[in-house]
Design a binder for this molecule. Sequence first.
Ligand code: BEZ
Ligand code: FE
Length: 291
Amino acid sequence: MGIVNQDNITDVVINSLGKHGTITDREREIATSLIKHLHGFIKDVKLQHSEFLAACDYLARAGKLCNDNRQEFILLGDILGVEVLVDMMTNPIEGGESESTVLGPFYRENPPVLPKGGSTIQKHYDNEETAYFEGYIKDENGNGIAGVTLDVWEDAPNGIYENLDPDQPEYNLRGRFETDENGHYAFVAVRPVPYPIPDDETAGELLRFMGHHPNRPGHMHFIISKDGYRPLISQIYDADSAWLEEDSVFAVKESLIGKFKPAPEGLGTDLHFEFDFVLKTEAAVQAVAAE
Ligand code: BEZ
Ligand code: FE
């Protein structure tokens, strides 16, 4: 029955699913919920046709902004807290493993491979504070894991990532490190400073629509991986940073906050940051999924 009125429209659309082509159970589940929530939202706010057209125009403009350097829909998802929620659904924390958080748009593949204790700093700034980052990558039993790869990246002391700043050398403040036989990692970088996410164009329009700001607290990004373990995409946060409790992309987790301390004599940096991570084995991930 395809004749609609305001009361039956949601059921009519849902009942049409799969009528003229095969769809999977997952597609049906997603489409049913999407239609229910979308129709519910439209009825809730009594969406007007002019507002619907404005939304279509907004999405069209967002789409035109997407290229190799800017993925506007991820950014919009971040501003709405969507990416962090999807990440929490995808990577639930069941044991003592470290929490993940959003990847963000500024990761670059194949960063420079550096020795343990090496430095990612290629350009110096007057306001920089150098820091020695170190810790252990452990399994859920507390044993250090050897040969784990860590990709790290952060913004420069001017608040800009290297790939968006023509005045920084290629791959500045990016590096790939490996844990030693005890699972220990170490590298030199700078204390990350707060910075604004892109707040021009449609991302800026959404921030202003929400009455929000674009700023993120100082953080260091990590991708930690080794065969046999669930890859961990995460960030560590400076406990003393501005915006820690008001992150524009809602990605800060309590367990990811750490403290920069004055470096002990002989370390060669201004500050010292110690942080351990715990990886979950793929076998443990699959066992939970099978439950
Ligand atoms: C970042 O941390 O690099 C980031 C995350 C989400 C949106 C924009 C930037
Ligand atoms: Fe970032």
